[in-house]
Design a protein around this ligand. Structure first.
Ligand code: GDP
Ligand code: MG
Length: 162
């Protein structure tokens, strides 16, 4: 049984793009429209000679209703099944109320959380990711899921806690 890493975050922050980057292939569905990944989707991933299970989830909205409620439930199930959680935030947008709601949920579930500030496509933008310290989850890892920037350091950290 491989250790399980759940990827959570509000819609459109780049969770599925990051999954594809980690897998090294385009398997998770990436969409410009928020909310495309509805259910939990599992993949087997590898890093530094170790295998782990990656669970992509739909966005986790604060006032979830209808189909979005189901998405939130699936994300919560993924977190409960996981050994560790990757919380993805859009570093270019900064902290939103939805991000804060997810953090409260994660505090309750008490799993190790690694905070990732995505869409840091170049060095100039890295300073903006520092605002994510404000979520109270420790050091934010700045990455660009599109370009691969920072993903190796992030995965080294993931393997430390997984
Ligand atoms: P999800 O809803 O969290 O799974 O987000 P997606 O992976 O579907 O991505 C949503 C949008 O963000 C798409 O248009 C992606 O191309 C874009 N995106 C994802 N990662 C990055 C990134 O590192 N940099 C930039 N500039 N855009 C990104
Ligand atoms: Mg997605």
């Amino acid at each position: 049984q491989n250790p399980v890493l759940a990827i959570v975050g509000r819609p459109n922050v780049g969770k599925s793009t990051l999954v594809n980057r980690i897998l090294g292939r385009r398997e998770a569905v990436v969409e410009d429209t928020p909310g495309v990944t509805r259910d939990r989707v599992q993949y087997t991933a590898h890093w530094n000679g170790r295998d782990f299970t990656l669970v992509d989830t739909g966005g986790w909205e604060r006032d979830a209703r209808g189909i979005h409620l189901r998405v939130a439930e699936q994300a919560e199930i993924a977190v409960e099944m996981a050994d560790a959680v990757l919380l993805v935030v859009d570093a270019m947008v900064g902290i939103t109320a939805s991000d804060e709601a997810i953090v409260r949920m994660l505090r309750r579930i008490k799993k190790p959380v690694i905070l990732v500030g995505n869409k840091v496509d170049d060095l100039v933008q890295e300073a903006e990711a520092a605002t994510l310290w404000g979520l109270g989850l420790g050091e934010p890892y700045p990455v660009s899921a599109v370009h691969g920037r920072g993903v190796a350091d992030m995965l080294d950290k993931v393997m430390d806690v997984l």
